[in-house]
Write a protein that binds this ligand. Sequence first.
Ligand code: GLP
Length: 244
Amino acid sequence: TVYPDSELASVAVAQQIANLIRQRAAEHRPCVLGLATGSTPTRLYEELVRLHREEGLSFQNVVTFNLDEYFPMAPGSLQSYVRFMQEYLFEHIDIRPENVHIPDGTLPQEQVAEFCRRYEEQIREAGGVDLQVLGIGRTGHIGFNEPGSGSASRTRLITLDHITRTDAASDFYGEENVPRRAITMGVGTILEAQHIVLLAWGEGKAAVVKRMVEGEMTDSVPATYLQQHPSVQVVLDEAAGAEL
Ligand code: GLP
């Protein structure tokens, strides 16, 4: 779906998520959301906060799993995705803290593989992700699944691409400060979500959006693997959809 602008698109997706949360609550069931960070979903999260404050949307039945986190990363750091999620969403809503899951950037490296295995297990125990929100990186990454990530990849420690580190440089006051690695859900993990909503705004994303939607499925653009998922919605503003 191409919206005239990202504002309208974000509000529409927030409404869709709110409907799902309410529908699950009416059935006395949890609603499991996969969440993304980055500049793309910030307006979506603001709108969810507004729906909570002004329209009584409750997050008591919501369980969340974030896609990724830099490694290493202290949760209080300015660039931490734990902090990002707190500031944009969690501290403003009534979600239960025990229902929030974000990859842990503070672990000693030898514990990361076990953490990733357990993260996948927790997703399964929660009943799987009902709706996964995704952004897309200029390298064609989803989560932090950089080029080379296969469609069967699982939650793991990965090395960030040079382009991704360049794109993150301003957040870290210089590329030399951007961590070289991250923990991310795998492409295979993401593809197990029941429904996926990928958001992209701006002309800077137009080329990678075209490759994702119209290009051949390939490890070198991991987002192309979304083509094999039965229920994906690609939500764009006009600029991001300009090359389709
Ligand atoms: C980071 C995140 C991704 C995100 C991407 C795009 O790499 N790990 O989940 O989709 O950035 O970021 P932005 O939304 O700021 O363009």
